[in-house]
Design a protein around this ligand. Structure first.
Ligand code: F6R
Length: 248
């Protein structure tokens, strides 16, 4: 059963989920011109990012002083690869709004020393507490690339990706699963939970089990997203299909 600190908004479809998530984001950006936005990649936020771009073009909503921190990146991929998350973020959002490149932060998947990179990113996150952290959710309940079994007190870390996650993400790679990197660098669960508010969006039937476990299951490291039940300010926006296994 979802706790009172979690607001669950159920919409009919992906378009409506994106529109509702956009309303939430726009309010933050309008009320705090130098807000820190924690951002996510994957297919789910694309509709939201399209609406942010449209709104910037049509209404002049400015991101001049907005700062961003992204959840994660594949180890071994950088801006030159169109499968990297840094490429994704520029392609789907940053290149189309007036954000200052120096205000954009992602973990560096090509750092020479990945342990040092984890330390650097955690220190940066400690200095840049997210006003909102946007999250998608994996079919196995992962948030960021924090797979089932990740300790709740984890900070930025290197993850060996589960086969299921690599298979889910293979659709983005021309050469299929063989091209999907085996490791990623991700914000830890503790870094996610440090955000002042959390906005989780999901759509589609393949997320229904994860949504049920997150909202109605035990708080357990077996479902990383279930930790959100203990965060003071969470908004979950999902479509009917993703909500289809909820009992209430
Ligand atoms: C993305 C991320 C992942 C995705 C999740 C859902 O930065 O950290 O946790 O949010 O895998 O992905 P999609 O939206 O593609 O279903």
């Amino acid at each position: 059963m979802a706790e009172a600190n979690i607001t669950v908004i159920i919409k009919r479809n992906y378009e409506e989920v994106s529109a509702e998530a956009f309303r939430y984001m726009k309010e933050i950006v309008e009320n705090k011109k130098d807000a820190i936005l924690g951002l996510a990649t994957g297919s789910t936020p694309i509709g939201l990012y399209k609406k942010m771009i449209e709104d910037h073009k049509n209404n002049g909503t400015s991101y001049k002083d907005i700062k961003t921190v992204n959840l994660d990146e594949y180890v071994g991929l950088g801006a030159e690869s169109d499968q990297s998350y840094v490429y994704f973020m520029h392609d789907n959002l940053f290149d189309h709004i007036d954000i200052n490149e120096s205000n954009v932060n992602l973990p560096n998947g090509k750092a020479e020393d990945m342990d040092k990179e984890c330390e650097r990113y955690t220190a940066l996150l400690n200095d840049m507490r997210q006003d909102v952290q946007l999250l998608g959710i994996g079919a196995n309940g992962h948030i960021g690339f924090n797979e089932p079994g990740t300790p709740f007190d984890s900070t930025t870390n290197i993850v060996k990706l589960k086969e299921k996650t690599r298979m889910d993400n293979a659709r983005f790679f021309d050469g299929g699963i063989d091209e999907v990197p085996t490791h990623a660098i991700t914000m830890g669960i503790k870094n996610v939970m440090n955000a002042k508010s959390i906005l989780l969006i999901a759509n589609g039937e393949n997320k229904a089990d994860a949504i049920k476990a997150m909202l109605e299951g035990e708080v357990s490291e077996e479902c990383p997203a279930s930790i959100l039940q203990t965060h003071p300010n969470v908004v979950v926006i999902i479509d009917d299909a993703a909500a289809s296994k909820l009992t209430k």
